[in-house]
Design a protein. Structure first.
Length: 283
C-alpha cells in the first residue's frame, strides 16, 4: 500500500498522463532554504527578506562579503584598499593555484577578506570582512597581510577598525606561513591598541582555529551574532584530548558570552546601529 502511495506521488510529480509525453517537473535548486540548526524550511525569497536569519530559531546564516558590506556601511562610502594582493603557492602545493583561480572566478573576490575605509552612519572607520565562501575564509599569507595592512592603515589615519571574522582557521596549503599570520595580525592589532584606538571584532558563523586564537579574540569590544559557532579545535579533538564530555552548546555564542569570552550578542538587524554607537562613545 505504501509503495502504491509513493508511486502515485512520483507519477504526479513527473506529470504522466495517458497518451501524453513524459515530462519531468523542474524545481529550482535555490527555491528553498533549510536551516542547518533547527531544520526549518522556508522559501528562499522569504529567507533573504529576513536578512538571511532563520525565522524558526534565529540562526544567522552566512553572508558573502558584499552582502555584509551592503547592510553595514553607508551607501557609496566604501573605498577598498590592498585589493590587488593575491595568493601565491609558496609550498608548491598540488592543485592550489588552480583552486585559487576557480574561487576567484566563482566569488568575484581576490582573496577571502576585503578591507577598506568606510562610513557607518557617518562615522569613519576601517573595515575588514572575511568571506566563508572563499576557501572557508581560511587565513593564508594574503589574508594575514591584508588584515595587517588594514590595522596599520587605521593606526596611521587614527581611525577605529571593525573586523567581521568568519574562518575555518589557518590555510593548510601554506603550512607554517599561514601560522605566522597569527603573530603578525596580533602584533598589528597591538600597535593599533597602543595608539589608543578602538578595535571591534564581530564574530560570525563560523569562526574557528587560528583566527579565533589570534586577532578575533583581541578586540576592545567583541560582538557575536546569535547562535554562531566559535571555537579553536573541534569537539571530538578536545574530548579525545581531555577525556571528558563537553556541554552541548559549549562552542556557541551564547555559551561563550555566559563565560566571559565575548561582550555582547547582537542581532544582524541591529548591528549597524550598534557599531555606530560604539564608535561615537569612544570618540
Amino acid at each position: 500500500m505504501i509503495i502504491d502511495l509513493f508511486k502515485n506521488v512520483r507519477d504526479r510529480m513527473e506529470n504522466k498522463d495517458d497518451g501524453a509525453d513524459e515530462t519531468k517537473v523542474s524545481i529550482p535548486s535555490n527555491l528553498l532554504f533549510k536551516c542547518p540548526r533547527c531544520q526549518k524550511v522556508v522559501f528562499m525569497e522569504e529567507f533573504e527578506k529576513s536578512w538571511k536569519i532563520c525565522v524558526g530559531c534565529g540562526y544567522h546564516s552566512r553572508l558573502t562579503a558584499l552582502e555584509r558590506l551592503n547592510i553595514t556601511v553607508d551607501k557609496g562610502s566604501f573605498v577598498e584598499i590592498n585589493d590587488s594582493l593575491t595568493s601565491k603557492n609558496p609550498l608548491k602545493f598540488p592543485g592550489y593555484d588552480k583552486k585559487i583561480e576557480q574561487l576567484m572566478e566563482n566569488t568575484g573576490l581576490s582573496e577571502a577578506v576585503i578591507t577598506g575605509e568606510c562610513c557607518i552612519r557617518k562615522n569613519k572607520a576601517v573595515i575588514g570582512i572575511m568571506d566563508s565562501h572563499f576557501m572557508m575564509a581560511s587565513m593564508g599569507s594574503v589574508v594575514g597581510e591584508k588584515l595587517t595592512r588594514a590595522f596599520e592603515y587605521a593606526t596611521a589615519q587614527q581611525l577605529p577598525i571593525i573586523i567581521f571574522t568568519a574562518s575555518g582557521g589557518a590555510r593548510m596549503q601554506e603550512g607554517i606561513i599561514s601560522l605566522m599570520q597569527m603573530a603578525k595580525t596580533s602584533g598589528a592589532a597591538g600597535r593599533h591598541s597602543d595608539a589608543g584606538l578602538l578595535y571591534i571584532t564581530v564574530i560570525t558563523d563560523p569562526t574557528t582555529g587560528g583566527v579565533t586564537a589570534s586577532f578575533a579574540s583581541l578586540g576592545d569590544v567583541i560582538i557575536a551574532e546569535p547562535k554562531v559557532l566559535i571555537g579553536f579545535a573541534g569537539r571530538r579533538v578536545i574530548e579525545d584530548t581531555i577525556k571528558q564530555r563537553l556541554p552541548a552548546e559549549f562552542q556557541s555564542a551564547e555559551f561563550l558570552k555566559d563565560h566571559g569570552f565575548i561582550d555582547m550578542i547582537v542581532n544582524r538587524t541591529h548591528m549597524r546601529r550598534t557599531l555606530s554607537t560604539l564608535i561615537q562613545m569612544h570618540y
